[in-house]
Design a binder for this molecule. Structure first.
Ligand SMILES: [Zn+2]
Length: 241
């Protein structure tokens, strides 16, 4: 078997055995060295250096990430936030690689709820960073008034709950207006507002009509489309402000 597959299999075994996606290098080598030597048919060779090289390759393939303190994060499959206690660094790396998932947690399951909430907190932190701590539609920067607003709603797209392409920094007002379809974003981030909005809302809508693009991760057109479909967007009912 190729060393790449040998190491990856060993990482998966270790992960299952210990019930964690965080793999400690020392423990991993101690437990898996002999098995890897047999699988790679490389009797007599010390695999430690080879393992280090393969780890680099697996990192380039985005199957693992390096954490501090000689630990690896296994990212060969989506990582459910509620399954284990993860440090911020690990959650952020999982988000970065689009591997974090947030499940539906029963209200009695306090441990899972806490872990899931921690994942949500990290998504909020990364979202606000992505939008430079500001509402994408207006100038509100007060933290307590900002939301990490999902484009495709939490319940409507389970897979995209932790996808930064699906989250925009919005103030409470713009979050509510977006949620209720008073404005939509087109695939090119153009803002269109509902023609039938009341005069009061129209004032808010037409004052803030520019979408301020994020620094890094752009809204996903597939999510923007899902939002438009949900609010029954029709071109004739919306207008360029
Ligand atoms: Zn706003």
């Amino acid at each position: 078997m190729k060393w790449r597959d040998v190491v990856l299999n060993a990482l998966r075994r270790f992960s299952v055995r210990h019930g964690t996606r965080m793999v400690d290098r020392q423990g991993f080598l101690a437990e898996e060295r002999d098995a890897m030597i047999v699988e790679a048919a490389s009797l007599g060779n010390t695999p430690d250096q080879t393992v280090s090289r393969v780890m680099q390759e697996l990192r380039e393939e985005q199957l693992i990430e390096f954490l501090g303190n000689g630990k690896y994060l296994l990212l060969d499959a989506p990582l459910q936030a509620e399954t284990e206690d993860l440090p911020d660094e690990a959650i952020d790396l999982a988000i970065k690689h689009g591997k974090l998932r947030l499940g539906d947690i029963h209200a009695d399951n306090f441990v899972a709820l806490r872990r899931c909430r921690k994942g949500q907190d990290r998504i909020r932190v990364r979202t606000l960073e992505n939008y430079q701590g500001c509402c994408a539609l207006c100038d509100v920067q007060e933290q307590g008034f900002l939301r990490a607003a999902h484009i495709a709603r939490w319940a409507d797209n389970v897979e995209a709950r932790a996808d930064l392409h699906n989250v925009i920094s919005m103030c409470l007002i713009h979050d509510a207006l977006f949620e209720q379809g008073y404005f939509v974003l087109m695939d090119d981030n153009r803002v269109l507002v509902k023609a039938s909005a009341s005069q009061t809302l129209s004032v808010v809508l037409t004052q803030h009509t520019q979408f301020r693009p994020p620094t890094e991760i752009q809204p996903g057109p597939q999510f923007l489309r899902q939002h438009r479909d949900r609010v029954n967007f029709q071109l004739k009912s919306y207008t360029s402000p």
